[in-house]
Design a protein around this ligand. Sequence first.
Ligand SMILES: Nc1ncnc2c1ncn2[C@@H]1O[C@H](COP(=O)(O)OP(=O)(O)OP(=O)(O)O)[C@@H](O)[C@H]1O
Length: 328
Amino acid sequence: MIELEGLTKRFGTKVAVDHLSFQVRPGVVTGFLGPNGAGKSTTMRMMLDLDNPTSGRVRIDGKHYRDLEEPLKYIGALLEAKAMHGGRSAYNNLLCLAQSNRIPERRVAEVLDTVGLTSVARKKSKGFSLGMAQRLGIASALLGDPEILMFDEPVNGLDPEGIHWIRNLMKALAAEGRTIFVSSHLMSEMALTADHLIVIGQGRLLADTSMADFIQRNSRSFVRLRSPQQERLRDLLHEHGYQAVESGNGTLEIDGATTESLGELAARHQLVLHELSAQRASLEEAFMQMTAGAVEYHAHGTDVHPGTDSGPRWGDQAPRWGTTSQGK
Ligand SMILES: Nc1ncnc2c1ncn2[C@@H]1O[C@H](COP(=O)(O)OP(=O)(O)OP(=O)(O)O)[C@@H](O)[C@H]1O
């Protein structure tokens, strides 16, 4: 279990982390989500005592990191994949780490096997691809067999096979009862990996919620309709109590309806339909709405809703997301 209480970090006048309080629990993958510059890496560095908080504190199983007798046996982390000694083999990189942390040498072969690097164990790590370096970084995090694991943007730059592998590894580690904390700036990635979500923006907590709750509250479903007889269709929908919103290209979006009911209604009135489709707004959209007022670098005028003209844009100052359950 990791506990943050009022954790704050200032760099000069910049407040990178702003009174963050939350808990990361065992047995699940907790996603740590926020746009670029939100303060994720700084928070993780403070969790590992690599940066001093300006105020507030972090507890690892009730203790400050500094007071853990053999920290690698409590908490393992992948912060930067390339942080290895390039002139050493994968095996020797891990062996040095094991020896300096009183971890038995047999663990080196075990973790190399877990991450699939046994066949290149004697190769110098400077020749490793990003995917291999990422696996070696994960092997070092696993070396002390810790109950808590943290991964900072572990899938960045990986190919689909590597991404798939990391996702499954994190889920398997959580299923063993470990505490898994993983950061990302991609909601779509988190939706596939995390059971719980902590969302931050400009250093502040925006949401602390289960993934199931987040999906349920934010997956707006609607039906998209397009007809060459748009005026008649609109009148008909109005008469039957449906709220239709125009979304560009002559398309109507109707919340709270099914394709069956709308298809049958159109058929009864002999209306031609060119499109009748069930739609679900993406979680990425929900995330962007939630963090819209908290993104550090705005690309003004970039439509984040291809094909519609009603969605939020990077740079919207008033987030419309109001259903987070904070501090659960
Ligand atoms: N050593 C530092 N000195 C000054 N400012 C810093 C320092 N480290 C981070 N920052 C600033 O603090 C803020 C948070 O940065 P941080 O790297 O923690 O964000 P992040 O959420 O990890 O972003 P990304 O997804 O881009 O990695 C940013 O505005 C960043 O520029």
